[in-house]
Design a protein around this ligand. Sequence first.
Ligand code: CP
Length: 304
Amino acid sequence: NRHLISAGDLTKDDALLILDTAEELARVSERSIKKLPTLRGRTVVNLFFEDSTRTRISFEAAAKRLSADVINFSAKGSSVSKGESLKDTALTLEAMGADAVVIRHGASGAPHRLANWVHGSVVNAGDGTHEHPTQALLDAFSMRRRLGSLEGRKVTIVGDVLHSRVARSNVLLLDTLGADVTLVAPPTLLPVSVGSWPCEVSYDLDAVLPKSDVVMMLRVQKERMNAAYFPSEREYSRRYGLDRDRFAKMPEDAIVMHPGPMNRGMEIAAEVADSARSTIVEQVANGVTIRMAVLYLLLGGESA
Ligand code: CP
């Protein structure tokens, strides 16, 4: 593939190639080799129309560790505020010689459109409520590093699925990798299309926790929330939050994940987020490695 737009576009072999490449790159950086010459002379543009901490910084770090030139574009402070369209913005950046464009955008489908306008590779860094494929890849990589093969693993994804591009990408990728996914959410925070997703759905978190190898908590996306879907923070936390008592119901070797940013005290208690069984900080570090693998395979190595 020339682009990475949806986790659903990846075959099992594609996904395993990315995870295995990331594993090799992690071994290289464990040998204190900070920088590889692989993408010298290539230009990666980070095109961010929505806020980001982890994804933007880790794509920048990943490109720099592969010796690519990086141009960081943030819609705030750009000519987007004067009404310039996505297409004109993209063509302007392409005129500056982008080999890859990493795009985060509030509109679902924006990366797909962009791929029709630019010659370089397009990487989806999160589009609206649609997909966030590199997040799913770094999550799978983090699970694999802790638990080994994902085949037959029980992964429970909890919370605001309706607004979550992370949930959709994870369900698609984890299904491809042979894991069994259960979504747990209030009925109002599930998309109507969930019946066609390759996963189970439950409304009873306490019943699912003891059978889980992985519990992935989702951020409640207040900025996208319609108040009608969300009764109160206290009620949400009581029914769907991962607090100390619920954490105790998980098997002893099960892990806790969260893509970040977290609402500590709402979907996840601080002591759970900071526990030794939480992979939240590892997920951030693994994000750089996975994004190195994706850029390497799209721009420098074998086709992903
Ligand atoms: N997980 C994630 O996408 O975080 P950012 O919004 O900070 O990039």
